[in-house]
Each structure stands twice: as C-alpha cells, then as structure tokens.
Design a protein. Structure first.
Length: 120
C-alpha cells in the first residue's frame, strides 16, 4: 500500500516537485540538472518516471523497493529516491506516455526496469 501511495502521489508533478525539494541536497540538484537537460521541470520529470515505474514495475522490482524502504524514517521519500536514482546514475530509459524517453545524461542502453516487465 505504501508503494502504491508513493506512486499515486508522486505521479502528480506538483507533489513530485515538493517531494524532491523536501529531500533537497545533492539529490535535488542532480534531479534538477537532468530534468533541465531533458527540457522539463523537476516535477514533470519525476512524475513521468513515477508513472512509468507504476506501469512497468514487476513483482520483483516492487519487492526489492519494499525491502529498501522498510524501516526508513521517511519511506515515501526514500522510495522516491530509489526509483529516481537509476535514471540519474545509469541514465536508464523511461517511457513518457508510451514514447521512449532517454535521459541525455549517460544512457548506457538500460531500461529503468527489467525488460521482462509489462508495458501498457
């Protein structure tokens, strides 16, 4: 339920932007830099990634995320970080309304989630 709440909440650009701002620090700076490089503001960039995660994450990805946020002081924010980091660190691709979006930073041919996950 917590992950579903995170996905639902952070799929809204305003909420996503506020969450990144709340996390702050170098994470927020890196998110802003990659968002700008991709012609988006922070909220839209994060919301797109969260919606894509919600559509494509398989049970294994959800279970791994659940483990990573278990016991965290702020599990929703920790979950957001865990979902966004692959895009920031690896340049993982994500889908924006069915169209492949590849971050201009360091794309290495990876997709955000296992290629066996479902696409809608």
């Amino acid at each position: 339920m917590l992950i579903a709440d995170m996905i639902h909440s952070c799929s809204n650009a305003s909420v996503a932007e506020a969450a990144v701002s709340c996390i702050g620090g170098s994470f927020a700076e890196r998110v802003a830099a990659v968002a700008v490089k991709n012609g988006m503001n922070v909220g839209r960039f994060v919301a797109i990634i969260m919606r894509d995660f919600g559509r494509r994450a398989n049970d294994e990805a959800l279970s791994a995320l659940r483990e990573k946020i278990s016991g965290a002081d702020q599990p929703l924010l920790q979950g957001l970080v865990q979902v966004i980091e692959p895009v920031l660190n690896d340049g993982a691709a994500f889908f924006d309304d069915g169209a492949l979006a590849v971050p201009t930073s360091a794309f290495r041919g990876k997709t955000l989630y296992d290629s066996r996950t479902r696409l809608h």
